[in-house]
Ligand binder design. Structure first.
Ligand SMILES: [Zn+2]
Length: 648
């Protein structure tokens, strides 16, 4: 029960809630029931059927309507006298500027993507409004607090990025089911149904890294008179049979690995079975979604199909694509909501897994992995929403000493499922909340301004309407409201090399990059560098500027009280997804993350294969991070960047 002073603070508070989804529904309800009376809620999304299982303020009849508005109406039914202002809009819209943020006592985030989180962080810093930030992934979740001048900001630590696998693990030496999924989805599916002009690394590599399959192009090209079923069998034999045979000729690769088994249609499916394969005529007359499962009579997506069932699905799905979805071929990218695509990818991944002696998975599981899905858990959202409100009340009372970041764990750690930690001190080299300049190594003679704007300013720094200054000279700006001739002029300048700009950017130049909307600016020291490693530095430029803060013993806090530093580093964060940070018990001992990491231990990007990878065992830990992404993934962070200093 709230105390008198708490109630006063709650009643007076003006709260901005960003996001009315999984966490947002719980949060709005908890705020209303805790006595909050003035809540502004922004969400750009409309309600979808898939939200209804956990976003409990919404009903079937609300599908298609604004989340913010329906959430308000639902809560007003049981708290009719409070003031909730809904706004169906994007938090990044210019109307939500610093002045807008200043109207609130606290901002509560229930967002689902990194980009919006960074944006809100910057506006909160500029408006000096405390931010309570949150995220959940399955059973895991966290609430963090960010108060300017008192704690770190949301961006004080580099944010995690998707994990990538060397391309040779995917093309030649898969050891996990996820490798087979990536192969089926990003290589085979893309090759057969996607843009033909896209580069594709489907072919098996030989020891020198070159393709040894000379007739590959002919195989994937279907002659117009070619029978779809024959074509499907030809593809099957090529990718699961012939390519594996070729791979086996490279004996070096298999010295320390189990050899894969080539699979051919004639062995897996005796002739009579091929004849029974599918009943297309039946499915043609149906109005339902094109599905090889239904035409083969397989119903339960949680069943694990046998090799022969997977083979039948593969052939049938490929035939259905050709006969029923010819117009899509050439434009398709994998979509987890495309039933036939999921069936095809599941079957292809399973056949490959079978060949490499990797356990097979059900369509349901394969879909989760291929679609980067971690199934949401309503209870986690409810717990996190409760924790957000607890921290918000402390902020409103000015009780900054007792602020806590709390991690919701999947398995108890020292009998705790909720792990509270004192907030961290601001990172003195944070380019967002400190004035430390960044260092950019770049080839100023060959890199274009466009590369700098896209790869660094927008992608790495997360600016939307950047303005780039060289001393007092304005080099470039982007955003709404610019004159046409100005825009045309900038379009020309974008294709100039940095050193060729009217105000040349060379080694030693200091650029100031600003986003006026975010009221965020930082300086970048430019250092010319002639060459970059194509594999390790694919951007052709390297942005540095993070100085790892020194590590101090962790202070573990239970029920708001400080305990001794008897368990140093208990809360060291080593693995993160975009939405969640996972605590590790001791360095080197992994928490039981098996189920979770199996689901999310994957990528949709494949990094180039370096020469030493061929023939060596490649561990997932050796892979590198990629650019920021919003999908739910997990990765190992550079140990240098994860040392944190606790707020004293
Ligand atoms: Zn910061």
């Amino acid at each position: 029960m709230a105390s008198g002073s708490q109630l006063e603070a709650i009643k007076r508070a003006k709260v901005l809630m960003v996001g009315a989804g999984g966490i947002g529904c719980e949060l709005l309800k908890t705020l209303a029931l805790s006595g909050f009376r003035d809540i502004y809620i922004i969400d750009m999304d409309t309600i979808e059927v898939s939200n209804l299982n956990r976003q409990f303020l919404f009903r079937q009849s609300h599908v298609g309507q604004s989340k913010a508005k329906v959430a308000r109406d639902a809560v007003l039914k049981f708290r009719p006298h409070i003031n909730i202002t809904p706004c169906h809009a994007n938090i990044k819209d210019p109307e939500f500027d610093v002045e807008f943020f200043k109207k609130f006592n606290v901002v509560l985030n229930g967002l689902d993507n990194l980009d919006a989180r960074r944006h809100v962080n910057r506006l909160c810093l500029a408006a000096e409004v405390p931010l309570v930030e949150s995220g959940t992934t399955g059973f895991l979740g966290q609430v963090t607090v960010h108060v300017k001048g008192k704690t770190e900001c949301y961006e004080c630590q580099p944010k995690p990025t998707p994990k990538t696998y060397p391309v040779c693990t995917i093309t030649s030496t898969p050891s996990k089911f996820v490798h087979c999924i990536v192969w089926a989805k990003d290589l085979l599916f893309a090759k057969l149904f996607g843009d033909k002009n896209q580069e594709n690394d489907l072919n098996v590599r030989s020891s020198d890294g070159t393709n040894s399959t000379n007739h590959t192009e002919d195989v994937f090209e279907r002659r117009t008179d070619e029978d779809p079923e024959q074509y499907a069998c030809k593809i099957y034999d090529h990718v699961f049979g012939y390519n594996i045979e070729v791979a086996l000729t490279n004996e070096e690769t298999w010295k320390s690995r189990n050899k894969p088994r080539p699979l051919y249609v004639r062995d897996v499916l005796p002739d009579n079975l091929i004849q029974q394969n599918g009943s297309l005529e039946n499915s043609v007359t149906e109005e339902s979604v094109v599905s090889s499962m239904s035409s083969l009579g397989l119903k339960n997506p949680q069943d694990i199909w046998s090799l022969s069932e997977n083979s039948k699905i593969f052939l049938e799905a490929l035939r259905l694509f050709i006969e029923r979805r010819q117009k899509d071929i050439g434009n398709l990218t994998f979509d987890k909501d495309d039933q036939l695509a999921v069936e095809f990818v599941t079957a292809a991944a399973n056949i490959r897994a079978s060949s490499f002696g990797i356990p097979l998975h059900s369509l349901f599981e394969a879909k989760g992995i291929a679609g980067n899905i971690v199934h949401a858990v309503a209870t986690t959202n409810a717990i996190i929403a409760g924790l957000i409100v607890i921290e918000a009340i402390k902020i409103l009372q000015g009780d900054f000493e007792n602020l806590r970041m709390t991690y919701c764990l999947e398995h108890p750690s020292r009998k705790m499922l909720l792990m509270p930690v004192q907030p961290f001190e601001a990172n003195k080299s944070c380019y967002v909340c400190s004035e430390t300049p960044l260092l950019l190594e770049i080839n100023t003679r060959t890199s274009k301004l466009r590369d700098f704007v896209e790869k660094i300013v927008k992608n790495k720094l997360g600016m939307h309407s950047p303005l780039i200054m060289h001393g007092s000279t304005l080099i470039f700006e982007a955003g709404d409201g610019l004159e046409e001739d100005v825009v045309a002029n900038y379009a020309l300048i974008l294709d100039k090399a940095l050193a060729e700009l009217p105000a040349p950017v060379t080694s030693g130049t200091v650029l100031t990059v600003e986003d006026l909307h975010q009221e965020f600016s930082c300086n970048i020291n430019i250092k010319h560098r002639e060459e970059f490693d194509e594999e390790k530095e694919p951007d052709g430029m390297v942005l540095a500027g993070w100085i790892a803060p020194t590590q101090k013993d962790a202070r573990i806090v239970s029920n708001g009280e400080s305990t001794s530093a008897a368990h140093p580093a208990v809360t060291e964060m080593v693995e993160k997804s975009d939405d969640v940070e996972i605590a590790r018990e001791k360095p080197g001992t992994k928490r039981k993350l098996s189920e979770m990491s199996e689901m999310i231990d994957h990528v949709h990007d494949i990094k180039p294969c370096s020469s030493h990878d061929v023939g060596d065992q490649v561990h997932p830990q050796e892979v590198e991070d990629n650019d920021d992404d919003d999908d739910i993934v997990i990765l190992d962070e550079n140990p240098e960047t994860r040392k944190k200093k606790r707020l004293q």
